[in-house]
Design a protein around this ligand. Sequence first.
Ligand code: FMN
Length: 191
Amino acid sequence: MDFFEFIKSRRTIRKFKSTPLTAEQLKRYIDAARVAPSAANMQPLKYIAVSNPDMSEKIFPFVKWAGYLAGEYNPKDGEHPTAYVAVCADTDIRQSGYDVDMGAAVENMILAALADGVGSCWIGSIDHEKISELLEIPDNLKLLCVLALGYPAETPEETVICDESVKYFIGENGNLHVPKRSIDDVLIKTF
Ligand SMILES: Cc1cc2nc3c(=O)[nH]c(=O)nc-3n(C[C@H](O)[C@H](O)[C@H](O)COP(=O)(O)O)c2cc1C
């Protein structure tokens, strides 16, 4: 697959096979995050890698899945992510303005993982306090989000946006359908 098609093929994965990931794999994805663009090159982001199955299961209750489907699309037993990366801002380096860096870094991790055949779900809806406690995150690090990872056990599809609804939905084939605005909707002018 060429790189353009590879980028377009990425969909968020919320159902995973039980095959574990190694600590080395996560280190590679974090290495990809490390070299992402960073405002003023301040590089305020720090990461915690979780490939241990017991710790991954302990994180699971503190992350929320597919808000539009109100619990209907939660990963079932045997479909849980097998690994997580917790993304933190080091407030000794930057006290605010790290969110855009986070976007670039997380996308780098998502694509590095995908190149390995590993799917992921970027999760902003988390219990920050509980996960920080569980992972013993030091006070100077602010937990921003987690990336849940594992080998995909679903094949979500991009679909044409209908009636302006951005809500993903389960299609007749059982796959998650993710509405995307068309190129003509988002490219508003060409000079
Ligand atoms: C900042 C951010 C936070 C997100 N938080 C969650 C979340 O808490 N739970 C979840 O299931 N998906 C979450 N997602 C995934 C989005 O729902 C998903 O990217 C969107 O529906 C589009 O689907 P796609 O990634 O397959 O293109 C998040 C994505 C982003 C960029």
